[in-house]
Design a binder for this molecule. Sequence first.
Ligand code: NDP
Length: 307
Amino acid sequence: MRDVIILGSGCAGNTAAIYTGRANLKPLVVMGHEPGGQLSITTEVENFPGFPDGEMGPVLVENMKKQAERFGAEFRYGTVVEADLSKRPFRLSIDGEWVECRTLIVATGASARWLGLESEQKLIGHGVSSCATCDGFFYRDKEIMVVGGGDSAMEEANFLTRFGRQVTLVHRRDSFRASKIMIERVQANPKIKILLNTVVDEVEDVAAKSVTGVKLRNLVTGETWHQPVDGFFVAIGHIPNTKPFVGQLDLDEDGYIISHGGARTNIRGVFHAGDVQDRIYRQAITASGAGCMAAIEAERFLEAEGH
Ligand code: NDP
């Protein structure tokens, strides 16, 4: 029986582990299917306060883990596949093995949705990114491409014009699903070129371990062509990792946890932290802040219950 189990080992989970570790609660961190979270698939992080020269994402998140381990946090590989939050202690199946806890911090994140091309996957962190705020800066005066037709794609395309020479926005249909005001901003931006009814067939160049261009195809005419590109941003949505909690935790229509104030969920003793609840900010620092909040709430909850 654990006082605290933390699900997820990104910034939110690791920060919650540092705080609950220092509170002597000996947290167990279940690392999830993407150990280290979103930072583990980025390159340099320049906007995490305290690192004037920047730091590599995987190093930053590994350091957070080491820091938590120093205070007694235990990390284990695995993913929660089933959960019973109907009564306390809460019960969780980690790949089939059941564990119990008094409080639970859900920091399972939201995974970026990718196109699913093999070349795209191989070039993540080498020119392929799912986060303009994180990586836009690296493409000063470069050719940038953004894929997607929702608000994220509009926002990222606009944001990236601060850096890039030109931003090409590629969308698979003939109309955007983004809000009108966001579409108008994109249309009015002289640095953005829009390609509708167009899909990406391949990101090049896997052999060079760097993005140099893409193969595009027009779905109406069937025409295919090559376009040189330096930065390739995929903005086709995120998938919150909340599957084991469906029907137990209050989730919105897209599966994100609905907060009941602070870090609280609808179930007493279950707290949320990071991107699994946050569809707006999605930053390393905001996730860390949320992990801290969840840890403090878990500590106070246990204390009030006399543990
Ligand atoms: P959305 O689900 O709204 O949009 C995803 C887009 O990606 C759609 O245009 C979709 O195309 C496209 N897409 C999905 N899968 C593929 C694929 N395999 N290949 C090519 N294209 C694909 O996600 P967002 O992240 O844009 O937004 C999520 C939510 O967050 C929304 O509610 C949005 O309003 C909100 N948001 C608000 C912001 C703001 O107000 N400032 C900023 C960012 C997000 P199709 O249209 O054809 O389905």
